[in-house]
Design a protein around this ligand. Structure first.
Ligand code: UD1
Length: 359
């Protein structure tokens, strides 16, 4: 029995594609939900939209400081593993739930798989970078999404026999649903999704970003589904006035988000996943980040990085409003890795080791 670990919003798109592949290949799995995210729009909506199976166990950890949240997941997941002894713990992404589950499994000598292995921002101030490095170094099956991530693992000395370059289940999921999502005919608009602590927990940076959005409003409508962290910080820093001309919403589900992303003239974000999805869909993307973990989106895709500066954000975001958009130009290998079958390649790897691990 494989335990597939999910906890936070960006996990569920990957779990959806991996579950479909596990079902197709008749691989025995259960979803374990840590409860890192718990609001309907950050969690249950994805189970409903993707038809995911109900989690076998819900650890109900909720929000909290990193140490506390990680410790709660570890304590509760360890208890579960003591009783149930899964044959493998399968982790995705880079959230606290990913690292916590991997650490528990490592200490109990339960084989660990990590999807999205090898991704690096080389910025240890990002909590996700710590989660990625720790998870990779205790994992037995590492599934990078790109050749760059694979070579990061090689450079860190991880045994090459453990690494399987398969591509990206999040893109599998996007390609699975994209044609079912309607096009819209509407005026030009900019879609915004921001939630990184480096941007939204710093008052000056958050203010600068909101001032840039306010300035952009003279050129296009701004649609801004607010992540709970972002909403909380805007209120705490008393910056709500800067949003008076911006269309703010609660977080939206996958289908709605993809619909707005697919039809946007430009997307402004600090999310990893959205940088990838926009490049696949040929939508111009302005990433408010100093570094990106997904260099291929800048090199071959539609993504540009900008620092937190009103004029730079404004210039990058207005360009696609008045010029023909750039198109992605992926080399052959990246096209192949983003062909929508990464999860099946993962399933095939696991089937091949089935006897050894009694999956
Ligand atoms: C987490 C991940 C981040 C991921 C993001 C996607 C870590 C370290 N960070 O960041 O990598 O990109 O999820 O959303 O794992 N909150 C709610 N409702 C919820 C969940 C959270 O209101 O359902 C609020 C709480 O006040 C909480 C805050 O949002 O304190 C932040 O949530 P948290 O899970 O700590 O981090 P994220 O910023 O969501």
């Amino acid at each position: 029995m494989i335990y597939l670990i999910g906890g936070a919003r960006p996990n569920f798109m990957k779990i959806a594609a991996i579950s479909r592949a596990f079902e197709k290949y008749d691989i025995n799995y259960e979803i374990i939900h840590t409860g890192q995210h718990y609001d309907y729009n950050m969690d249950k909506i994805f189970f409903e939209e993707f038809g995911l199976k109900k989690p076998l166990v819900h650890l109900e950890v909720g929000s909290g400081p990193h140490g506390e949240q990680t410790a709660k997941i570890m304590e509760r997941f360890e208890r579960l593993c003591f009783d149930a002894r899964p044959s493998m713990v399968f982790t995705v992404g880079d959230v606290n739930s990913t690292m916590a589950a991997a650490l528990v499994a490592a200490k109990m000598h339960i084989p660990i798989a990590h999807q999205e292995a090898g991704m690096r921002s080389h910025d240890m101030k990002m909590p996700e970078e710590v989660n990625r490095i720790v998870t990779d170094h205790v994992s037995d099956f590492l599934f990078p999404i790109s050749p760059k991530d694979q070579s990061n693992l090689h450079m860190e000395g991880i045994d090459r026999d453990k690494i399987y370059l398969v591509g990206d289940p999040m893109i599998d999921n996007l390609l699975y649903y994209i044609d079912k999502i309607p096009d819209m005919t509407c005026e030009k608009y900019i879609l915004v999704e921001l939630h990184r602590p480096a941007n939204v927990d710093d008052k000056d940076k958050l203010k600068t970003i909101l001032q840039a959005l306010d300035k952009l409003r003279d050129h296009a409508q701004i649609l801004f589904p607010l992540h709970p962290r972002t909403r909380k910080m805007i209120e705490e820093f008393e910056l709500t006035d800067l949003l008076k001309n911006v269309e703010c919403w609660d977080p939206i589900g996958y289908f709605e988000f993809i619909k707005y992303m697919k039809n946007a003239t430009v997307v402004i974000t600090d999310s990893d996943g959205i940088q990838q999805e926009t490049s696949i869909l040929n939508i111009p993307c302005v990433s408010i980040r100093d570094t990106t973990n997904i260099g291929y989106t800048v090199k071959y895709g539609t993504n540009v990085l900008v620092e937190v500066n009103i004029n730079k954000i404004f210039a990058a975001a207005t360009y696609p409003l008045y010029h023909d958009p750039f198109k992605s130009n992926f080399p052959k290998q990246l096209k192949k890795l983003n062909d929508g079958n990464a999860s099946e390649r993962i399933a095939e790897v696991l089937i091949n080791v089935k006897k050894k691990f009694f999956i």
